[in-house]
Design a protein around this ligand. Structure first.
Ligand code: ZN
Length: 207
């Protein structure tokens, strides 16, 4: 089954939360290249495999809008539509995971960039909140585990709490994003290679 992704980065974030169904390790990786020019019929289908056991991930991912291939630009989802891969619990788990990475990062600029990326995860979480509502829509929880997480830790999903964390994340200027692109890209890939485990009990929905 092909699933909708809004960017290759969104697929990579999904795989931080998703262990390989074959070997159970958190080592799934999209298989590049992802150039729009290669896309048959104008659709980019990304396939993935496990970096440890090398088995193919069963689902493909249709990337829409088309990847632009801009080096150093991290854009998880340029649309206002919420993710179909990662639910609100998943985005908050990613925020915490990436913030912890930022705390451990010794290079100041890489740490700042990671903290910025963590903030972008909260932007994605907030897309599940109807305007003026304090809590996410029920469709924002994709699995029974996510719903249980919400029932047990409602305070973490209070919009005010999410906004409080969002205000603490730095905002990089466009110039900062460009000027640090090469270096930060190295940090970005280093980050993915750490095979980190999510800390928030998020359960993947394997489609
Ligand atoms: Zn595997």
């Amino acid at each position: 089954m092909d699933r909708l992704a809004h960017s290759v980065a969104e697929i990579q974030l999904y795989f931080i939360l998703t262990p390989c169904p074959a070997c159970g390790l958190t080592a799934l990786r999209p298989r590049g290249p992802f150039d729009a020019a290669d896309a048959p019929g104008g659709r980019t289908i990304v396939r993935a495999a496990c970096a440890r056991c090398l088995r193919e991930y069963p689902d493909g991912f249709v990337v829409s809008p088309q990847p632009m291939g801009v080096v150093g630009e991290v854009m998880f989802n340029a649309t206002t539509q919420p993710s179909e891969l990662i639910d609100v619990v998943g985005w908050i788990a990613l925020y915490r995971t990436i913030v912890e990475q930022a705390w451990q990062e010794t290079d100041k600029r890489s740490a700042r960039r990671l903290a910025w990326e963590a903030g972008l995860c909260l932007d994605e979480a907030l897309k599940f909140y109807p305007r003026g509502e304090r809590f996410p829509i029920s469709e924002g929880f994709f699995t029974p585990e996510s719903r249980a997480r919400f029932q047990s830790f409602r305070g973490q999903f209070d919009r005010e709490m999410v906004l409080h964390h969002r205000r603490q994340a730095p905002n990089l200027t466009a110039e900062e994003r460009r000027s640090e692109a090469g270096e930060a890209r190295g940090g970005w890939w280093k980050f993915w290679q750490k095979h980190i485990e999510p800390r928030m009990g998020w359960q993947p929905d394997h489609g």
